[in-house]
Structure formats: structure tokens, C-alpha cells
Design a protein around this ligand. Structure first.
Ligand SMILES: [Zn+2]
Length: 354
């Protein structure tokens, strides 16, 4: 059973009245935090019940300050974006249904994330327009998935009730982290993230949790996020000049964000009392003064993902301990990312460039 946040319960994944993405209607919710569960499944009592749960350790991203603006930095997810939360839910759904072959409409960041989460399944990524493909997605999409223009396989798209359930965990975390701000700002093109946060806050309210945040959608002037029409979500707009000013200012300070994230950042900055849900990376350029062991780690990762041990073994010019320490420091500063990968009985941390 699903529910359109405007029109109420429906049998379809899309509302037959307005065509918007519906959300999963949960019969029972309780805001319990299960600390032993991996990733977003720490909130399983707030999520759809699925027999198989998958996670690569997404979520629990830090609330930090970036040049005076509070940011929930989603960069710290396994593939570097909040799409990982949606992928955790969708890959669990796929595994629970026993599907070995699926298709998914191309969506920047999300497709790359989903393919990683669906390792072992056959994934066809439907990309009608080759020119819309982003360079950073290509390595994964060409090596671990199949790029197609149409597919007969069951589809799992980003704009789906299952994504909403994954993305809403950002609101659950902000509630658990007891942030004092009043507004949660979601960069909004279609508005899926803002809609998901709204769903999360509604479920929290139903569960009796006191987290009275207000969702604000941040969009470019002249654009209306279609999914937010008619929802109780305030939409704040930013002009092109302000986007460029924000990008320039952040870049000069060594922060790297996408234009859409810059819009969210700018709105949170002018609104005050707000948290922007964005991904912010620290520029990974080889800055002068960087220790040579860190340079070694970064250059080793240019050849693909590796554990700290593998980096050390490849070029054992420093102690293993120094390599571990350098990798951890680069990771903490968001300069490199990692995936948790199972190797036999153990889970190991594979570092990679973000
Ligand atoms: Zn509707």
C-alpha cells in the first residue's frame, strides 16, 4: 500500500491523481535506534519490513560547519552521495524479491551508487541520452553494469517510493543527532529529497518523536520542483549570480560542491537557523606542505581502490602504521572515500579517490 503525500492512500507507486511519486504507507512506526544494525537499518522500526537488508555502511554522516553554515555532509556515504541511502533500501527490496536482473533509469550519482549496492545482480542502466551521462559515473556503469536504451527487466528507479524511504533517514538522523536548527534545507530539482525529508518527519511525528523541523526546498530562480507543488514545503529560490558567487567563494576556500548543492548552501546561509543537506568535498589537489606519505596514498589510489595494507605493500617506503594513519586522516578530511568490502570472513576498508 502506498500514499501520495497530497492525495492519500493509493495502490500504485505513482499517484493516479497527480502522477507524483507515492510513498510507502507504513502500518506501524516506532522511533527506536538499533545501534547494532548496519547503516540506515539502525532505523528499521521506521522502515518498510524487508526479509533481506543490505547496507554498505551508509548514513550517520556528520553535521559540520562549512564556512559558518551548518551542513549535513553526505559526502561521507560509501559512494559519496545521499543516493546511497536510496540504494540500500532498493537493493534490499531487489534481494528480498529475489530479482537477479533489474533495470534502472540513469540518474547522476544514484546509478553509480545502485550498481555498487547491487553487486552480484545484472543491472541494465537505461540511458536514453548518452550526452547526459556524467564522467564520474562512467567507470562503474561501463564495467559493472550495461548501458542500454530500453530494457525488459523489472525496474527500480530513483523516483520511487523505495528511494523515499531510504532518503528519509536523513531526517531521522538529524532528529537523533538532536540538531537545534529549525530548518532542513534540501537542494531541489525534482524535489525528491525534500519530499523524502517531509515523509521522514511525518513518520517521526506518527511515532511520537519530538522533532519539529521544517523542510525548505532550495531551487534555482524560475524553476519549480514539480514534486513539491501543493506540499507544505517552503521553497526558497536563488538567482544564477548568487549560485556563481557561492561556488566561487566555496572553491576559494578549498571546498568543492555541485551547483545544486551550492543552491542549498546559499539558502541555508541566508535563512540562518538551518542545516543544508549537501555533499561537500575538500579539494584533493596536492597542496604544498602535504606530507609525502599522504601524497603516496593519493597517488596509489589513482590506480584504483586499495586497502591501506595494499597501498603499503605496493610501495613500502613508509611504515605500515604511517600509511594507515595518513589514509585515516585523508578520510576524516573527506579527501578520500572508502567502501567496506567483504573478503572471505572479514570486512575490509577499500580506499579510493572520491
Ligand atoms: Zn497525488
Amino acid at each position: 500500500m502506498y500514499e501520495c503525500l497530497r492525495h492519500g492512500p493509493t495502490e500504485e507507486e505513482r499517484c493516479p491523481k497527480c502522477g507524483a511519486v507515492a510513498t510507502v504507507l507504513l502500518e506501524e512506526v516506532a522511533f527506536r535506534v538499533e545501534r547494532k544494525e548496519k547503516g540506515i537499518w539502525r532505523y528499521w522500526s521506521m522502515l518498510p519490513s524487508l526479509p533481506v537488508r543490505r547496507s554498505l555502511g551508509e548514513g550517520l554522516t556528520p553535521l559540520t560547519s562549512v564556512d559558518g553554515v551548518r551542513v549535513k555532509n553526505e559526502r561521507f556515504n560509501p559512494t559519496g552521495s545521499y543516493a546511497d541511502r536510496a540504494s540500500a533500501l532498493i537493493s534490499s527490496y531487489v534481494a528480498s524479491r529475489g530479482w537477479e536482473r533489474v533495470s534502472s533509469l540513469y540518474e547522476p550519482d544514484f546509478s553509480r551508487s545502485l550498481v555498487r549496492y547491487l553487486e552480484g545482480a545484472e543491472v541494465e542502466v537505461i540511458a536514453p541520452d548518452p550526452l547526459a551521462l556524467e564522467a564520474e559515473d562512467l567507470a562503474v556503469l561501463t564495467s559493472r553494469a550495461r548501458l542500454v536504451t530500453r530494457s525488459q527487466a523489472p525496474s527500480v528507479d530513483y523516483a520511487s517510493p523505495w528511494s523515499v524511504e531510504g532518503l528519509k533517514t536523513i531526517a531521522l538522523e538529524i532528529c537523533e543527532q538532536r540538531a537545534r536548527e529549525s530548518f532542513i534545507v534540501a537542494p531541489s530539482k525534482s524535489g525528491l529529497l525534500a519530499l523524502s525529508l517531509l515523509k521522514g518527519l511525518r513518520d517521526l511525528e506518527r511515532a511520537g518523536a519530538e522533532c519539529p523541523y521544517q523542510v525548505v526546498g532550495a531551487s534555482l530562480r524560475g524553476r519549480d520542483p514539480p514534486l513539491l507543488e501543493g506540499l507544505p514545503v517552503r521553497v526558497e529560490k536563488v538567482g544564477e549570480e548568487e549560485v556563481y558567487e557561492t561556488l566561487t567563494k566555496l572553491s576559494a576556500k578549498g571546498f568543492r560542491v555541485k551547483p545544486l548543492a551550492a543552491i542549498g548552501y546559499a539558502v541555508a546561509s541566508s535563512l540562518g537557523d538551518a542545516i543544508a543537506v549537501v555533499t561537500v568535498a575538500v579539494r584533493p589537489a596536492l597542496r604544498p606542505g602535504r606530507s609525502s606519505v599522504k601524497r603516496l596514498v593519493l597517488s596509489a589510489l589513482e590506480g584504483g581502490r586499495k586497502t591501506a595494507y595494499e597501498i603499503w605493500k605496493e610501495r613500502p617506503v613508509f611504515t605500515l602504521r604511517a600509511v594507515y594513519k595518513a589514509a585515516r586522516e585523508l578520510e576524516e578530511r573527506g579527501e578520500i572515500c572508502y567502501d567496506i568490502v567483504r573478503k572471505g570472513e572479514r570486512e575490509v576498508k577499500m580506499y579510493r579517490l572520491c
